[in-house]
Each structure stands twice: as C-alpha cells, then as structure tokens.
Design a protein around this ligand. Structure first.
Ligand code: FUB
Length: 325
C-alpha cells in the first residue's frame, strides 16, 4: 500500500523533510519534533528539537525506515538548543549535514557535520560556519559542481534582525510597501565547511520585475527555501509563513532574481509548511509535513510526500494536500 500523503513514520514526530536520492534510495533528512506541552510563541519556542534521525525508503512505495539518531546536540560544542530544519549534500564521496541551531548567545547559526554514510552518524565541526546566521539551510549542488546554500527565516528564525549583516535585537520587517527581506544565498568552498565569499540576499520579483513587497504576505518569502533545477531553469520554492503557502519563483541564474510563478501547495494542517522537491525514477515528488498525526498540534508534525507535476510551460501544478483523500 502506497504511503503517498500519509505520515511516513508514526513512532516519532518529524518535520521539515529534505529529500535526496543516493544509490537509487530515497533519504529524508527531517527535524525531530519533541512531544512536550509548551506554548506556541512568535519566536518558535515550541520547536525544541535536540537531535536528527535520517529516514530512508528503498522505493517510493515504502516502507519508510528510521535509521536512528544521526546527530545529537550534546555532541555539538557550539549549540545551546533548537536544532531545526536540516539538509544534506554529497560531495566527493562524503555526506555533509548542514543544520541550524541556536549558539550559546541564543543566535541561530548554521553548522556542518559529516559522515561517510548518508544515514550518519555525523561528526560535527567544533564551531558554526563563520558568517552564517538564521535558519533553514537548503543545499543545492549545481551541474558544474558549485555548491549553493539558501537559508533564512523571519520571526523565530531572526532573519529580519540581520539586515545589515550585524545582529539588531530590535530589527523589524520593512514597512509593508517596501521590498520584503530576501532569503540568503552563499556558496560553499570545496571543503564544505566555509563560505566562499559574502552571502547575498536573493530578490523575488513580480512579473514586472518589481520586488515583492513586505506586506504581500501571500507571496513574500518567510522561511523554508528549496532549490531544484527542471529543464535548465532554477526553481526557488519557499514558505510564506503567515499565509501558509508554499510558493515558487524561477530564474536562469541560481542567485536570481527569481520571478514569482505561483503556488506549489495550499496550506496544510498546522501553522508551518516546509518542503523539498526531488526527482526519482523519472517522476517528481514533493516531501512536506503537516500535523495530522497529533490532531493539529503545531510542533508535533509528521512528514509526508506526494507526486508533483509540471504543466507543459514548466509551471508547477498546485497541490491541494487533502483533495481526493
Ligand atoms: O521546524 C522548526 C521551524 O518550523 C523550521 O525551521 C521552519 O521552516 C518551520 O517548519
């Protein structure tokens, strides 16, 4: 029986799935939600994750296997709490897990840990990647071998507090008629442990080339970036946070600007929506989460997948996650 649109595992809560294919198997790198009774806040205090488990599937039919704990925050010297949405890249025969967490000063940073196996265990670097901040890293290895990391999230993810590259605890989103805060993009060096040059803000523009505005909550970037390439075009997809959509924008350049194209998926059960897109055996799949398993508790989520289809003009056909179920 297919697992499509069903929780992939039910023995733990999982979220923020980053899916990849290695050696013909599907590997999923999720957050591991903890089942506490704490209250929701705008800062995301309810997302108290402490470790990572890697899930895998021998085929899209399933079953989905939990390969156990792959990294715990007690083994990462710079982390104080909240290991949020991770991603992974393979490079030169090794597997690099990139993850956000709060450092000892309470600032979100991005860290790296590596392994010779896609399921870990992962050996962390002693310090976070210099020059990084905020959350939700998504790594994209381009056809020419260049490695890009897209990242950033508003509110709990602190992105709006870093507008000029230094941390301002009072930093706010721009006025509603001003360009929205863009996600970040940085290149990684060959060693996968350092940024190669200064990170840049990614611009998301409308069909007239005008920046999407901060008040345009149906379309502006909030968190949860993903990059994939389809027919030579770069597709940048992301969550709009407060309006709970997954949207996408396209470009011929991995650093944009990206032109807004539409919605990948309508809202799911639960406040957050977070996804990845991967090709497997000639079909495309959206991995995502909702809070079905917990009956709607925002911080007790479960990962799922469904097929993603393109129209003939390359646009993504919007997924309505509960239609036909
Ligand atoms: O899982 C914690 C946070 O919730 C992630 O970083 C966001 O993308 C949202 O899914």
């Amino acid at each position: 029986m297919s697992l499509e649109r069903k929780p992939l595992v039910t023995h733990i809560f999982t979220a923020d799935p980053s899916a990849h294919v290695f050696n013909d198997k599907i590997y999923i790198y999720p957050s591991h939600d903890l089942a506490h009774d704490g209250k929701d806040t705008d800062e995301g205090d309810e997302y108290q994750m402490e470790d990572y488990h890697v899930l895998s599937m021998d085929s899209i039919e399933g079953p989905c296997v939990d390969n156990g704990e792959a990294l715990h925050m007690k083994d990462v010297p710079w982390v104080s709490k909240q290991m949020w949405a991770p991603d992974l890249a393979d490079k030169n025969g090794r597997y690099y897990l990139i993850f956000p967490a709060r450092d000892k000063d309470g600032l979100f940073r991005l860290g790296m840990a590596q392994s010779e196996s896609p399921v870990g265990p992962f050996a962390p670097e002693p310090d976070y990647i210099k020059g990084t901040y905020s959350i939700d890293p998504a790594v994209f290895v381009d056809d020419d071998g260049k490695v890009y990391v897209y990242y950033g999230g508003l509110w709990g993810g602190q992105l709006e507090k870093w507008k000029d590259g230094t941390f301002d605890p009072e930093g706010k989103e721009p006025d509603r008629d001003q360009p929205a805060v863009g996600p970040m993009c940085a290149e990684l060096k060959e060693n996968m442990k350092e940024l190669d040059g200064e990170p840049v803000h990614i611009r998301i523009v409308d069909e007239n080339g005008e920046d999407i505005k901060a008040g345009d909550e149906d379309r502006r970037y909030f968190e949860g970036p993903w990059m994939h390439k389809y027919n030579g075009t770069y597709y940048f997809s992301y969550s709009t946070g407060t309006t709970h959509y997954i949207c996408y924008a396209t470009s011929k350049d991995p650093k944009g600007p990206f032109t807004y194209r539409g919605r990948v998926m309508e809202p799911v059960i639960g406040w957050t929506t977070h996804h990845s897109i991967v090709e497997y055996h000639g079909k495309w799949y959206l991995f995502y989460h909702d809070s079905e398993l917990s009956g709607g508790v925002n911080h007790r989520r479960n990962v799922k997948f469904t097929e993603l289809r393109y129209d003939t003009d390359g646009s993504i056909i919007t997924i309505r996650p509960y239609e036909g179920l």
